[in-house]
Structures are given as structure tokens and as C-alpha cells.
Design a protein around this ligand. Structure first.
Ligand code: NAP
Ligand code: G4F
Length: 345
């Protein structure tokens, strides 16, 4: 019998890569999508439109993690072997603007799924994966961060994810549910949402290079992130649920770059020269004609920002035999290639 997986957040960056991975592994993949006023399935249309997958292996359901009835009914109907909770209001800056909704979806969403597993007595059938985040480390209490590092979240998003992390552990210990946390550091891809910094930089710099945009406006250029590729990280999610017992794992590359360093790497790949001048809000990146093409805008700064994130994934390396295959230069190359194809279309 085929294994059944249920993905909350299937229309997102990770949902799309995880679907492809699970279908390759011969799972029947169920996904929960929200109703939206415009199409939100761009990242999975290529799977859905494949007649073979559509008929047999890839099934979408309407639902929302803020709606316990839909969560419960879908889980009761499918009785999945694995549930991946990737559903979230995942933008840190936006969480300062919509903190209550972020808590409802990102914190209570995990609780609603765990409750449904318990309520329908699926403890022996269903394993649960919670999409945790390095944002939970916030004001970092150790460098690098590992599974033992204390959390100190600095945003409503980070706080909500800490709740989801602990409720996952609580249901594991109280009700014997196979419930695991991945603590994933930033991961990107051509399918990354347009307003996250890597995608925003690459998309804008490609457009600037071909005269389709004049300037790129950014916030904090000095925050450092540990960036990996979403494809590698989705494999880690699956491995976490195949491990012999439920546990918590850091997934990271162990290398960090500032936003400014990231821009310089993109410029190098695009053969664009950037000369940096000025300080603070007046810092600007100039092209070889001495025109400012990168500027800071105070609207892109957050009330609090996480200045440094660097993960230590030795536990995942040792126990899951997981390690990232795609480094930052390969990631940038793939994202640039994707943008250039879009521009030429
Ligand atoms: P993403 O592209 O923003 O996708 C989020 C998904 O959640 C989308 O499918 C979205 O649906 C769905 N969603 C949002 N609110 C929902 C709700 N109330 N009910 C049901 N679905 C809802 O995020 P991602 O980058 O793939 O990340 C996946 C998960 O990993 C998220 O939980 C994120 O917080 C976490 N995470 C991400 C990273 C990273 O660097 N990417 C790192 C650590 C943890 P729509 O398409 O309709 O908006
Ligand atoms: O790309 P970002 O928005 O990602 P952030 O805040 O690190 O969050 C992402 O990674 C988390 C894992 O640590 C996930 F849990 C979360 O769901 C999301 O996927 O911003 C990265 C850094 C920040 O320090 C931000 O202040 O880039 C800085 N930044 C500077 N200018 C900007 C901008 N970020 C955005 N989004 N837009 C800017 O213009």
C-alpha cells in the first residue's frame, strides 16, 4: 500500500518541492490550499496538470489552519501516514503588522493539527512534522546555534513558532504522538516569495542589468543569514520523519553571509560592478556610471531584527545522514537563471 502524506502549506515554496520529492518516492500526496481571490497554485500547477499525478497521486483539498473544522475533517478523511505542517504567515516583517493572525495561524495552527491526530486516535498511524525556524533563536544565546541553544525570539512570528515548537514536543511526550520539529535556517530557491530578501535582490538586480528597473530599495544590509536551498531542506524534512524516533533537528549550512555580501555575490555573477559609499540610511551602491542603483529605505527596517544566524546541523548529519548539496553560489546561479528566463519572456 502506498504511503499517504498530507501537506499543509502545499502552495508555498517548500510545499512544492516537498510534493515533488514525495511523489518521486511513490507517496499519495494530499495538500491543503486556501481559497484566495486570485490563483495561488503557480508553484504546483506543473504537478497538478500532469494527468498521471492528478488522477492517482496528487489530491488538493480546501482548508485553513485557522479553521479547526476543516483541519479535523481533512485529517479524519485521509488518515495520513505523515503530516507536514508548512502552513504559516511566514514573513517576519509582516508579523509585526498582523501579530494576532500570525499567532493564530503559526502557533495555534500546529495545535489544531496535533489535536486532530489525538482526537481521531491516529497516534499509531500518523507522524507529524512541524516547520520550525531559526527565527526562534532571535537574539542568539550561542554561536553557532544547535538543538540545545535557548530560544529568544524577536518578532511575533518567532514567538508564534516557539509555541508551535513546544506544543509539538508536548503532544509527543503527553500523548505519544510521533511529532518532530525541524529547526530550519533560511532556505531559498527560484520559487521563493517575491518579498523575501534573496528573491527581491536577485529579481531587481537582473532587471536593473537589463534596463527594466532603475533602483533597488532595501533595509538592514548588515544582518547575517545562513542560507541554503529549499530542495535540500525538504529532503531533511522527510528524513526527520523517517528517523526511528521523534526528535528535533537543526537544518543549516553552517555558513553565513550578510545581505551586503549576498548582493556582492549576485553582482559578481551578473558581472555588474557595485561601489558602496556612505553610512547608515545614506549607504548606497553605485554602478560603473556612478549612478546609485541600491539605496536604503527606512520602511524596510523592522522594529527589531535578528542580526546574526548561523546553524550547527551536526546532529542531522550524524543521525539522519543529511547534508546540504547546494552551496550559496549554486543557489544564486539557479535563481539568476530563473529570473533571466522570465525577463527574456
Ligand atoms: P511560504 O512560501 O510562505 O508558504 C507558506 C504556505 O502556507 C503557503 O502555502 C500558504 O498559502 C500557506 N498558508 C499560510 N497561511 C495559511 C493558513 N491560515 N492556512 C493554510 N495554509 C496557509 O513559506 P515557505 O518558505 O515554503 O516555508 C514553509 C514553512 O517553513 C513555513 O511554516 C515557514 O514559516 C517555515 N520556515 C521557512 C523557512 C525559509 O527560509 N523558507 C525557514 C524556516 C522555517 P498561500 O499560498 O495561500 O499563501
Ligand atoms: O528574507 P527575509 O525577509 O528573511 P527572514 O526575516 O530571515 O525570514 C525568513 O527566514 C526565516 C528563517 O530564519 C523563516 F522562518 C521565515 O519564514 C522567512 O522565510 O530577511 C532576511 C534579512 C532580515 O534581516 C531583513 O531585515 O534581510 C533583511 N532585509 C534587508 N532589506 C530585508 C530587506 N528583508 C526583506 N524581506 N526585504 C528587504 O527589503
Amino acid at each position: 500500500m502506498k504511503k499517504k502524506a498530507l501537506i499543509f502549506g502545499i502552495t508555498g515554496q517548500d510545499g512544492s518541492y516537498l510534493s515533488e520529492l514525495l511523489l518521486k518516492k511513490n507517496y499519495e500526496v494530499h495538500g491543503v490550499k486556501r481559497r484566495s481571490s486570485s490563483i495561488n497554485t503557480n508553484r504546483i500547477d506543473h504537478i497538478y496538470q500532469d494527468p498521471y499525478q492528478k488522477k492517482r497521486n496528487f489530491i488538493l483539498h480546501y482548508g485553513d489552519v485557522t479553521d479547526s473544522t476543516s483541519v479535523s475533517q481533512i485529517i479524519k478523511k485521509i488518515k495520513p501516514n505523515e503530516i507536514y505542517n508548512l502552513a504559516a504567515q511566514s514573513h517576519v516583517a509582516v508579523s509585526f503588522e498582523v501579530p494576532e493572525y500570525t499567532a493564530n495561524a503559526d502557533a495555534l495552527g500546529a495545535l489544531r493539527i496535533l489535536e486532530a491526530i489525538k482526537f481521531h486516535n491516529l497516534q499509531k498511524i500518523t507522524k507529524f512534522y512541524q516547520a520550525g525556524t531559526s527565527e526562534m533563536f532571535g537574539k542568539v544565546q550561542a554561536i553557532p546555534q544547535n538543538e540545545k541553544t535557548d530560544f529568544y525570539p524577536l518578532s511575533p512570528y518567532g514567538v508564534a513558532k516557539v509555541y508551535a515548537h513546544w506544543i509539538t514536543r508536548n503532544y509527543r511526550e503527553a500523548y505519544n504522538i510521533f511529532a518532530s520539529n525541524g529547526i530550519l535556517f533560511n532556505h531559498e530557491s527560484p520559487r521563493r516569495g517575491e518579498t523575501f530578501v534573496t528573491k527581491k535582490i536577485i529579481s531587481a538586480m537582473c532587471r536593473i542589468k537589463f534596463g527594466k528597473q532603475k533602483k533597488l530599495f532595501l533595509g538592514n544590509l548588515y544582518a547575517k543569514r545562513d542560507w541554503g536551498h529549499a530542495k535540500d531542506y525538504c529532503l531533511a524534512m522527510w528524513k526527520i520523519l523517517q528517523y526511528k524516533k521523534p526528535d528535533d533537528f537543526i537544518i543549516a549550512t553552517g555558513k553565513q553571509y550578510s545581505i551586503k555580501q549576498f548582493i556582492n555575490l549576485v553582482a559578481e555573477k551578473l558581472k555588474m560592478q557595485i561601489i558602496w559609499k556612505g553610512k547608515g540610511l545614506n549607504e548606497k551602491g553605485y554602478n560603473n556610471k556612478k549612478e546609485p542603483i541600491i539605496e536604503c529605505d527606512k520602511n524596510y527596517f523592522r522594529p527589531l531584527d535578528v542580526n546574526t544566524l548561523l546553524g550547527d546541523s551536526s546532529k542531522a548529519k550524524k543521525l539522519l545522514k543529511w547534508k546540504p548539496k547546494i552551496n550559496i553560489k549554486m543557489l544564486i546561479e539557479e535563481m539568476i537563471e530563473f529570473e533571466l528566463k522570465n525577463i527574456s519572456k
